[in-house]
Design a protein around this ligand. Structure first.
Ligand code: BGC
Length: 759
């Protein structure tokens, strides 16, 4: 038909993605290509660490980040890109949706303590739906899957603890939750692209100081830091964020070995890599290069496709024209970005529906899920004489004290996106108490307060002497006396302790991870009353307070449980639910013990004390995997069957789980767990493998699997695991693994174990 232009192939959804990418790429100018690799913020960024120049809106950029204007405004901007530019390439809208959008879920470190990745998958699915429909977000900068060994580092809260295997399982669950399980789901509405971050080794920062240098041996890289990323890539994550840190002298953003050889070469990743905020120009501070041209060449050349916030990639066209940047390198990077846009369905569905918020967010089922997650994440650290659960009907007078008792932000934590931290949307422990204690008079007296954000910047005083975290120090004796009076009159005292919600997260490292002096003084005074003391702790990191803990009869570590944290806490306290969380990160006794983590190398003289100033305290305060229940579990024997010992022709009965890339089982094992108490409860069987003899030394033990099982009183279930040769393989100094025949020990939660020989 004369005069009618054919629809270009890239606009034809029936064409394969790769054909569309190629077609679009060949139509693009150098400037248009470079723009696809640029990400700009618009307006105020919600991350206080990210302050940069205000860029005027440019409809040709590849991505916008941290835009808080909502769906309608996104659509208006998007229209300028889709309808107002030559090729109409839609913008990809990115945001840090880390543990929920308007429905706040527990922080990731808490989620890991549930040892139930299916909860995380469901939570991420809700977060994806809410942020897409309500915020116009297509891409979340999550999950963070960095193994954390140092609780001083504020960002542990964003990851899944100290174990690489656990991080990997949660990485995969998050990716499936955000993106869906199939390409069609990612293309459809209400899903967002995930981003594994920060690649790689950022958590190994010296001294737990955020943004500081990382020196990581090839072995540590492969043993601890890389596996969660590999698991996320294998689960289909479409993007990866390179990290701020220098890895052994090379900025991660310019690390070809990591970004190209490992990520793409070894793992086959074909999505794109985005830098972290300002990381490309920060190569100047890292004394790598201050020259913008060299910064671009180093980052893009290494495989960092998109530049977050710097705008330095604007020099790409000149670099190509000057023959300094091969066109092929540029085209490959642009192709990766376009591929993800096509896969997200952006060309077909560039706009999001503008629905009323009550139709898309905080639906009753979402809030129920938030409560379920919060219940599954809390860890019972102590329960002397079975004080918990409280028989709520019998409590006539309850003293609710402590600085976290009426503090909503303390229950939410960092990166809470649009989750409101007010009493209406995130009820505090105090708000929720009455409905759980129908016959009790509740006396509230906080005793001290958690300081508002900003206090550290005003601080001139030392933490111990007069804390920056308690500007009101020395402890307010009158406030403590009021709490003590309430305690004296009560049948039971619930004291809510912790750290402020803003005191963990990016750039929130602490050199002291104790409870603040005012909280210590408060518990000291309460302990004098002789009343039963229940401690509830809201925090975004392991806090070290063994001395104060000794004065509490029961302790439930709530972490930061999100919108329904308070409801979940009272359900657990009153026995409507049974705690089932297990620590995903070791709790040290004191900062001086850091780093302390479960999968360490053996210490030669175990018979000698670690520290002379605290003899008899060689172990951490609370180990990885620790957590109590209101019921008891009995473990049967661990039974191991290796292929060699099986009857010829009979295949292992244990199959690797769906989508698990591991080859068929080489060794299979099982253990039967029985609930021997009087209540329904969930037990997590954590499978640890030890290799007592190898050509290079192996960790004391490492997690090779876990499964959480729900058991009625008296009920027993058999939990199975299938291990490949690769699972058994010893880690060598160069970071490669090799199976070495010999004896191994497989333990189920350190409660039962079996030795076996694999050849
Ligand atoms: C953080 C990233 C985050 C980015 C965008 C950076 O400062 O390190 O984790 O995704 O900001 O907000």
């Amino acid at each position: 038909m004369v005069g009618m232009k054919a629809t270009p192939a890239y606009k034809n959804p029936k064409k394969p993605v790769e054909a569309r990418v190629r077609d679009l790429l060949r139509r693009m100018t150098l400037e248009e290509k470079a723009a696809q690799l640029i990400q700009h913020p618009i307006g105020r960024d919600t991350n206080p660490n990210n302050v940069g120049p205000d860029h005027p809106f440019d409809p040709t950029v590849g991505s916008i980040l941290s835009f808080t204007g909502g769906a309608a405004a996104r659509n208006a901007f998007q229209r300028m890109a889709v309808e107002g530019t030559r090729l109409g390439i839609p913008i990809l809208w990115g945001y840090d949706v880390v543990h929920g959008w308007r429905t706040g879920f527990p922080v990731p470190l808490a989620q890991a303590c549930s040892f139930d990745p299916s909860l995380t998958e469901r939570a991420c699915r809700v977060a994806a739906r809410e942020c897409w429909a309500d915020g116009g977000v297509d891409w979340t900068f999550a999950p963070m899957v960095e193994v954390g060994h140092d609780p001083r580092w504020g960002r542990n809260v964003e990851g899944f603890g100290e174990d690489p295997f656990t991080n990997g399982r949660f990485a995969a669950a998050s990716v499936r939750g955000y993106q869906g399980r199939t390409p069609a789901q990612l293309r459809g509405p209400g899903r967002v692209a995930a981003c594994l971050k920060h690649f790689c080794g950022y958590s190994a920062c010296e001294g737990g100081r955020d943004y500081s240098y990382t020196d990581i041996s090839p072995r540590a890289l492969r043993e601890w830091y890389l596996p969660p990323f590999e698991a996320g890539v294998r689960a289909g994550a479409r993007t990866v964020m390179s990290s701020f840190n220098c890895v052994n002298g090379t900025p991660a953003v310019a690390h070809r070995g990591l970004l190209t050889d490992t990520l793409r070469g070894e793992w086959g990743f074909d999505g794109f890599v985005v830098s972290d905020w300002g990381a490309v120009t920060q190569m100047r501070i890292q004394r790598f290069t201050a020259d913008p041209a060299r910064q671009t060449l180093a980052a893009l050349g290494a495989g960092n496709d998109m530049d977050m916030s710097d705008d330095v990639y604007r020099n790409i066209p000149d670099l190509v024209r000057a023959g300094r940047l091969p066109r092929r390198v540029l085209d490959e990077a642009v192709a990766r970005v376009l591929r993800v846009k096509f896969e997200c369905g952006l060309f077909e569905r560039p706009y999001v529906p503008e629905l009323p918020r009550e139709k898309t967010c905080r639906l009753p089922a979402d809030l129920d899920l938030a409560a379920e997650c919060a219940r599954g994440c809390a860890v019972l650290l102590k329960n002397e004489r079975g004080l918990l659960p409280l028989d709520a009907a019998k409590v006539r007078r309850l003293a609710l004290v402590g600085p976290a008792a009426d503090d909503c932000p303390a229950l939410v934590g960092t990166w809470a996106a649009m989750c409101a931290k007010n009493h209406e949307e995130t009820p505090s422990l105090r708000d929720e108490a009455a409905r759980f204690f129908p016959n009790a008079k509740i006396d509230y007296a906080p005793g001290c307060a958690l300081p508002p954000e900003g206090a550290p910047r005003l601080a001139t005083v030392d933490f111990v002497e007069g804390s920056i975290l308690d500007p009101g120090l020395p402890p307010d004796r009158a406030a403590i006396a009021r709490a003590v009076r309430a305690a004296r009159a009560a049948d039971v005292v619930v004291v809510a302790l912790g750290e402020p919600g803003w005191l963990s997260g990016e750039n929130k490292s602490r050199r002291d991870i104790r409870l603040s002096p005012a909280q210590v003084a408060l518990v000291d005074a309460l302990a004098q009353t002789g009343k039963p003391l229940v401690g509830l702790v809201a925090a975004g990191r392991p806090l070290a307070f063994p001395e104060t803990a000794a004065k509490l009869d029961a302790i439930l570590y709530l972490w930061q449980g999100g919108s329904r944290a308070a409801q979940a806490a009272w359900e657990l306290v009153t026995g409507a639910a049974n705690p089932s969380g297990r620590l995903a990160m070791t709790f040290p006794r004191a900062v001086g013990q850091i780093p302390v983590f479960y999968n360490a190398q053996p210490r030669n003289r175990e018979d000698l004390f670690d520290y002379l100033d605290r003899p008899s305290e060689n172990d951490p305060w609370l180990p990885f995997g620790f957590g109590l229940s209101y019921t008891t579990f009995e473990y049967g024997k661990v039974k191991v069957a290796s292929r060699r010992t099986q009857v010829a022709g009979r295949k292992s009965q244990v199959r690797p789980v769906a989508r698990d890339p591991r080859p068929a089982a080489f060794v299979s094992a099982s253990v039967t767990v029985r609930n021997t108490g009087g209540r329904q409860g969930a037990e997590t069987v954590i499978w640890y493998l030890s290799d007592p003899e190898a050509t290079s030394t192996q960790p004391v033990r490492r997690v090779v699997g876990f499964e959480k099982v729900d058991l009625a009183p008296g009920e027993a279930k058999t939990v199975r695991i299938a291990l490949s040769r690769k699972d058994l393989a010893a880690m060598r100094p160069d970071g490669t693994r090799r199976f070495e025949p010999g004896a191994f020990v497989l333990s189920a939660s350190l409660r039962a174990s079996a030795e076996f020989v694999a050849e």
